[in-house]
Design a protein around this ligand. Structure first.
Ligand SMILES: [Zn+2]
Length: 457
C-alpha cells in the first residue's frame, strides 16, 4: 500500500521532522516589528531552501513588506494550493515566558509532549505538517502526490498589507482547483475539524454631538440635551430583551443552520460548560432559542466595543459633555452584505436622534462578508474520511466565530474555494507567552495531510 509506506516513513522520521521545525522556530520572524525584518527574510529563505530540497521550484518574492514564499512542484491530478504563514506575533511580556521564546524545546507535560516556542502552533508547526507530509511522500515515491503550489505569507500577523496586491499580480500562478489552509484549531482535543464557515465583520464608530461646548450642569442642567444620555438610549435600542438585534433588516441574508449540520455540531465534543465557566458565565447571553455554538458560529452579532464621553478623571466634575462616542463591530454570517448593513445601522441611529443633536460617522469603512465554504465539494467528504481514519474519531465540519480573511480573498480574487483544516488546540496559547504545539498535533497533522493528499491530489 502506497499510503501505508508514507505513514510508516512519517512515524520513523518524526524526530528529524521535529528538528527541522525547531530550526525554523529559532528564527524570530516577528513581522510587525521592523527590527526583525532581516529575520523574516531569513525565515522565507529557509523555507525556499527546504521546498527546493523536495523538488519544488521555489522563490521568496519581494513585496513592499516581507517576502512571499511560493513553490510549485509535482504534476498530474488536481492542482492544489496550500497556504500558511511563517511570521509570528511579538513575544512580550517576555518575563511571563518560562524559557526564551525563540529557543524551542520539546517538553513533557501532564497532557503529553509539546513543542514550546513562539510560532510553534501559529503557524510554523501547522505549515510544516503539510511540508513534512510532502517530504515523506517524496521519499517513498520519488515524486510529490500531485501538482502542488505552496504559498507562505510573512505578514499575516501584521494585517497582510501586501497580500491582495500580490494575489492580483500573481493570480495566474496562484490559482488552483482548491486551496488548503492550515491555521485553525480543532473544536476540542482529538476531534479533527474542518471549518465550513467563518463570520464576516463590519466596523463602525460614531460621535453624538449635543451642545456647542461642555456645559455647567447647574447653569444648563435641565434644559440641556446630554449626549451621554442620548447615546445610551440609542445603544439600548440595538437589542430587544431576548438578545435579538432590533435594527430593521439586520437579519436579511441570515440562514438557519440545517438540521444535519446542527446534529454534527451537537456531537462534536464541544464543552459548553467549560467554555462558559472559563470566563465567568453560568449561561450563554446571546439570542434566546439558539445554542451556545450557534450563537458563536452561525448567528450575527452587534457588539458595543467602546463607549465614552464626559469627565473620566479622579473626583467629580459637574459637566454636561458636548460629545459622546461609541465603537461598534458586527460579526456577519450567511449572505449578509456589509454595505447594506452599514446603511441600516446608520438609519437606525439617525432615526433616533433628538432635535439639536447630530451624528458624525468616524472612519472604519472596512467590512467583509462571511466566508461560507462549499462543503458539498467532494474534497470535503474525502478530507472528512481521511481525518476520521487518522484520528479514529468522526471528523466534523465546524463553524468559526472569528474571521480569516484569506479564505474570502481566495474566493473573491482567485475564484478558488478553500478548505480550512488545522490541528491546533485551544490551550496552545497562540499570541500569548509560552506558546506550544502538541507533538501529537504535529505528528498526526503530518499523517492527516498524507491521507488527505492520497484522496484528493
Ligand atoms: Zn495564524
Amino acid at each position: 500500500m502506497i499510503l501505508d509506506a508514507v505513514l510508516a516513513r512519517i512515524d520513523e522520521t518524526l524526530p528529524q521532522s521535529i528538528d527541522r521545525l525547531m530550526e525554523l522556530l529559532r528564527i524570530p520572524s516577528i513581522s510587525t516589528d521592523p527590527a526583525y525584518r532581516a529575520d523574516c527574510a531569513r525565515a522565507a529563505d529557509w523555507l525556499v531552501k527546504d521546498l527546493e530540497s523536495l523538488g519544488f521550484s521555489a522563490r521568496a518574492a519581494a513585496t513592499p513588506g516581507h517576502p512571499m514564499v511560493v513553490g510549485h512542484g509535482g504534476e498530474g491530478g488536481r492542482h492544489i494550493l496550500f497556504y500558511g504563514h511563517y511570521d509570528v506575533q511579538p513575544v512580550d511580556p517576555l518575563d511571563l515566558w518560562d524559557r526564551p521564546p525563540f529557543d524551542p524545546e520539546v517538553q513533557q507535560t501532564p497532557k503529553g509532549r509539546v513543542i514550546r516556542a513562539r510560532g510553534a502552533s501559529d503557524d510554523k508547526g501547522q505549515l510544516m505538517t503539510f511540508v513534512e507530509a510532502c517530504r515523506a511522500w517524496k521519499a517513498v515515491h520519488g515524486a510529490l502526490p500531485g501538482k502542488l503550489t505552496i504559498f507562505l505569507e510573512g505578514e499575516e500577523e501584521s494585517g497582510s498589507p501586501s497580500l491582495i496586491p500580490f494575489m492580483r499580480d500573481n493570480a495566474a500562478e496562484l490559482t488552483a482547483g482548491l486551496a488548503l489552509i492550515c491555521d485553525t484549531s480543532m473544536v476540542s482535543p482529538g476531534v479533527p475539524s474542518i471549518a465550513g464557515q467563518l463570520r464576516g465583520m463590519l466596523k463602525e464608530e460614531f460621535t453624538l454631538h449635543g451642545p456647542r461646548i461642555d456645559l455647567h450642569s447647574g447653569h444648563y442642567g435641565g434644559p440641556a440635551l446630554n449626549p451621554l444620555r442620548e447615546i445610551a438610549r440609542i445603544i439600548a435600542s440595538f437589542h430587544d430583551d431576548r438578545g435579538r438585534v432590533a435594527v430593521e433588516g439586520f437579519y436579511d441574508g441570515v440562514h438557519e443552520v440545517p438540521e444535519a449540520l446542527k446534529r454534527q455540531w451537537e456531537s462534536c465534543g464541544f464543552d459548553e460548560k467549560d467554555y462558559l465557566e472559563s470566563v465567568g458565565f453560568t449561561r450563554p447571553h446571546g439570542e434566546a432559542g439558539y445554542s451556545t455554538l450557534e450563537q458563536q458560529w452561525a448567528r450575527p452579532t452587534l457588539e458595543i466595543n467602546g463607549l465614552w464621553g464626559g469627565y473620566q478623571g479622579a473626583g467629580s466634575k459637574t459637566v454636561i459633555p458636548a460629545e459622546a462616542h461609541c465603537k461598534i463591530t458586527c460579526r456577519l454570517v450567511g449572505d449578509m452584505d456589509p454595505a447594506d448593513l452599514r446603511r441600516k445601522l446608520r438609519a437606525h441611529v439617525e432615526a433616533r436622534l433628538p432635535q439639536d443633536a447630530r451624528i458624525t460617522w468616524d472612519g472604519h469603512l472596512d467590512g467583509a462578508p462571511a466566508a461560507v465554504m462549499d462543503t458539498s465539494r467532494p474534497e470535503f467528504e474525502a478530507a472528512r474520511q481521511a481525518l476520521s481514519d487518522e484520528w479514529q474519531r468522526e471528523a466534523v465540519i465546524v463553524g468559526m466565530g472569528g474571521s480569516i480573511p484569506i479564505a474570502r480573498y481566495f474566493k473573491d480574487i482567485l475564484g478558488m474555494d478553500a478548505m480550512l483544516i488545522g490541528f491546533a488546540n485551544d490551550d496552545d496559547a497562540i499570541h500569548s507567552p509560552n506558546e506550544k504545539y502538541d507533538v501529537a498535533s504535529f505528528h498526526k497533522g503530518i499523517r492527516s495531510w498524507a491521507r488527505i493528499l492520497a484522496r484528493i491530489a
